[in-house]
Design a protein around this ligand. Structure first.
Ligand SMILES: Cc1cc2nc3c(=O)[nH]c(=O)nc-3n(C[C@H](O)[C@H](O)[C@H](O)COP(=O)(O)OP(=O)(O)OC[C@H]3O[C@@H](n4cnc5c(N)ncnc54)[C@H](O)[C@@H]3O)c2cc1C
Length: 399
């Protein structure tokens, strides 16, 4: 998106993109695949087809950054020099951070929309009842709302398949509330009540015992349970509390890729150290960051990237032309389209200060209050956003 905007809107041509993958995925649709309502094949396109034609694709893996010499070392293509560098390498999944995850990942009754939503749908479709546990690690994860979306959609799927009455749904998280934006929290608690979900806050996931189907947690000082159900089997082992599951959906622990994490460009938190508002690196003025890899106190989403990229593009353009960055200001905007049922969605849009900031364009879809469930928001999620992603965002057009 950044390269496309630099080419299309600012008319630059000397752009290289170091990208190692063959395919590009529209990950927001993974949630729908995991609910059996979107085709897996429609979530990806070949990388060649999304690369801007005017840019040079260096199909390689970046392995080291030398920001003092303005170079990136690659696995096969040697050392590549730059005048300006935009880092947008996303996250890597580090399952070793939760012992037991690696061995059980995407196998049997353990599933994740993050890595194989087709397996999630198989597990949900074939579920015969018991405890369906939805959880997440304590690291930052991309789209922090995605584990919750899997929870709500699975409940709806269980209604359809007739196993709901035999099922207890538990959502255990290290968080303190269901959502940090008051308007969204209100709606989601109504959804939780309607769907009769057992909520467990202040639960730090520490290990998975796949053999015995138990997820083990350490309680934080925020431990707080809501709508606790009797049928859930609880184990104790010293300070740890185990929740028995018959199905587990979780997100993988996330970290910045090693070549960024282990470089002088990393922050104390080991993510890319950029200014919160200009997205310029805090020590290297010709380096910028966008997307999940950046150390920004907002949700890691594609929606956030949509607002970040124009700031970075303008800053690079001004640096080249005027030797100073622009006045654009990223306010931490991010968005989480929370599907709550087949045909229903709530649109959480917010900034660094957790203000609810709905897009004024929603009124053209006759959506007056996007903090409430609406069928038109579902249409937006399932049909309009994928279209805008492939045809506008990726092509460098304004969205
Ligand atoms: C289940 C799920 C649901 C989601 N739902 C939503 C949603 O509803 N709305 C929303 O806005 N967002 C959602 N997201 C989040 C969204 O998909 C991400 O925030 C977004 O894709 C991040 O883009 P990125 O460019 O930062 O990273 P990525 O899309 O991960 O891209 C990083 C790229 O860098 C390449 N790369 C990495 N390391 C190297 C290297 N060393 N050398 C060369 N290339 C490298 C990778 O191959 C990859 O192509 C969801 C994500 C998931 C998993």
């Amino acid at each position: 998106m950044t390269a496309s905007q630099l080419i299309r809107q600012k008319k630059y041509s000397d752009i290289g993109i170091i990208e190692m993958a063959d395919k590009h995925y529209y990950q927001p649709a993974f949630t729908l695949v995991g609910a059996g309502t979107y085709s897996w094949d429609n979530t990806s396109r070949s990388m060649a087809s999304v690369m801007p034609r005017e840019a040079t694709w260096i199909k390689d893996k970046a392995v080291k950054l030398n920001p003092d010499n303005n170079t990136v070392v690659t696995e096969k293509s040697g050392e590549i020099s730059y005048d300006y560098l935009v880092l947008s390498a996303g996250v890597v999944y580090d399952k070793s951070l939760v012992p037991g995850l690696e061995e059980t990942w995407d196998k049997g009754v353990v599933c994740s929309n993050y890595t194989d939503p087709r397996h999630t749908w198989e597990v949900v479709k074939n579920f015969k009842g018991g405890t369906a546990l939805f959880t997440q690690p304590t690291t930052p994860i991309k789209c922090g709302g995605a584990p919750q979306k899997a929870l709500y959609m699975s409940e709806s799927a269980f209604q359809k398949s007739g196993v709901r009455a035999k099922t207890t749904l538990v959502f255990a998280t290290n968080g303190t509330v269901i959502f940090g934006i008051p308007e969204i929290k209100k709606t989601l608690m109504e959804v939780v009540d309607r769907k009769d979900i057992d909520l467990r806050f202040g639960h730090e996931l520490v290990k998975i015992d796949a053999g015995n189907q138990i997820a083990w947690y350490r309680m934080s000082e925020h431990e707080n349970n809501y709508n606790t159900k009797d049928g859930v089997e609880i184990e104790k082992d010293g300070e740890l509390t185990g929740i028995h599951f018959d199905m587990l959906h979780t997100a993988p622990p996330c970290a910045a890729p090693d070549f960024i994490r282990n470089s002088s460009l990393a922050s104390a938190n080991k993510w890319l150290d950029v200014d919160l508002h200009t997205l310029q690196h805090n020590h290297y003025p010709n380096v910028f960051g966008v997307g999940d890899v950046a150390d920004l106190p907002t949700a890691k989403t594609g929606a956030a990237i949509r607002k970040q990229v124009p700031i970075v593009v303008d800053n690079i353009d001004r640096l080249i032309r005027e030797n100073q960055i622009g006045t654009g200001y990223y306010n931490g905007y991010s968005s989480c389209p929370l599907v709550t049922d087949y045909g229903k969605m709530v649109m959480a849009e917010f900034d660094y200060d957790n203000n609810f900031t709905p897009d004024p364009m929603l009124k053209y879809m006759l959506i007056r209050d996007s903090s409430k469930e609406h069928w038109r928001l579902w249409i937006l999620k399932k049909y309009i956003l994928p279209y805008l992603y492939w045809n506008k965002m990726m092509k460098g057009k304004n969205v």
